[in-house]
Design a protein around this ligand. Structure first.
Ligand code: PLP
Length: 377
């Protein structure tokens, strides 16, 4: 617990900036819904999602060059998290090999772990996953007669380190996908929060072979509470995942799906994205400025060009898991980097700038900076 009477400043999750949530737009949508719309919302719906939402999502993805047939190549999911779970249930069995970034999204790792796979780590640097090492590992595996089941990848502003995979690396990775006959799950929740220029084309927009499954979500651009995510893949993969989703939830919540479709149709999502980029860029800048003046020089970080997180590296011998309790005592929480690795790595932290207010960013980084200065030898 933080000091009594003092509120804990949380730099942990990837939650939305509360004042920016599109409450007014959603309220208007429900006020204007017809009785037929309400019947559609309140009845059981199709497992793959409301037809109007799938059509809107197909158009939305087409802007990123991703082609999808809304009738049989898209499933609306309960956030991207359910998409990751569907892929796990349908494609991964005990002992299967999954290639993952190192570091990578903690809840994808824990989802995959349900079925006891084997992870092969591919290092991530500021330019994303390194395809040269990927190729080396794929060759080694081929020579020993093995084949990975899945490559899980977050090319744009990946969680936790906000790295951005270069176009060159994307192209190289796609060559490997073809050469080694790989199946890929591309996870893109953060690509839209791009501080400089346009969102880079996702892998799924650069390859039509049917090997890339692509998931994205409303959680970072519109609202995480709506629980609207989706996955697009070839028809064969989609029908297997629809079967799995029937067993989990029958269908997504209709009230939320209707609002999602309308937000897309009315152009509210298109307006919300640049608004959020502005809000998050300002918060990122403030956090960077505060870290620059308050953090000890031994802690290093790269400037995120998008996304919601800062990823900071500590001296090798500093254990950020052990330091967390002390930070909480002082009034600030962060995520220790260890949870994003399949191996034991303890000298990183992930700090979030989307949820805290500007005042909390200022105070929280001052507190953390002082604490780390006292603790790092
Ligand atoms: C990389 C990544 N994938 C998927 C998700 C799941 O998001 P949601 O289920 O809210 O769409 C998150 C959430 O933080 C994430 O960071």
């Amino acid at each position: 617990m933080a000091k009594q009477g003092k509120k804990l400043i949380s730099f942990t999750g990837g939650s939305y900036d509360v004042p920016s949530l599109p409450s007014a737009e959603i309220k208007k949508i429900y006020e204007e819904a017809s009785s037929q719309d309400w019947s559609d919302m309140l009845q059981y719906g199709s497992t793959s999602g409301m037809g109007i939402l799938r059509s809107e999502l197909s158009k939305f993805m087409a802007q990123a060059n991703i082609k999808s047939n809304p009738s049989n190549e898209i499933i609306v999911t309960t956030g991207s998290q359910e998409a990751i779970d569907l892929v796990t249930r349908v494609f991964i069995n005990k002992g299967d090999i999954i290639f993952v970034g190192s570091p990578t999204y903690l809840a994808a790792l824990s989802c995959f772990k349900q079925v006891n796979p084997k992870f092969v780590d591919i290092p991530i640097d500021v330019n994303g996953m390194d395809p040269v090492i990927l190729e080396k590992k794929l060759n080694q595996m081929k020579n020993s007669g093995k084949k990975p089941k899945l490559l899980y990848i977050i090319p744009s502003f990946q969680n936790p380190d906000s790295s951005m995979m270069t176009m060159e690396r994307r192209k190289h990775t796609l060559e490997l996908v073809e050469k080694f006959d790989l199946i890929v799950l591309e996870d893109n929740p953060y690509g839209y929060i791009c501080f400089e220029g346009n969102m880079p084309t996702p892998l799924a927009g650069m390859n039509n072979s049917g090997r890339i499954m692509y998931t994205s979500t409303f959680s970072k651009i519109v609202s995480p509470g709506m629980r609207i995510g989706w996955i697009t893949a070839n028809n064969e993969f989609v029908s297997k995942m629809v079967e799995a989703k029937t067993n989990i939830s029958i269908c997504n919540d209709g009230i939320s799906q209707y609002a999602a479709a309308e937000l897309l149709r009315r152009g509210d999502v298109a307006k919300q994205i640049p608004k959020m980029i502005k809000v998050y860029r300002k918060k990122r800048d403030l956090m960077l400025e505060m870290m620059e003046t308050n953090f000890p020089k031994k802690i290093k970080w790269d400037e995120p060009k998008g996304g919601l997180f800062l990823w900071a590296k500590f001296p090798k011998n500093y254990n950020t898991d052990e330091a967390l309790n002390g930070a909480i005592q002082k009034g600030v929480s962060y995520i220790p980097g260890s949870v994003f690795f399949t191996k034991s790595v303890h000298n990183y932290i992930r700090i979030n700038y989307s949820l805290p207010s500007e005042q909390e960013i200022v105070e929280g980084i001052q507190i953390l900076g002082k604490y780390f200065k006292e603790n790092i030898k």
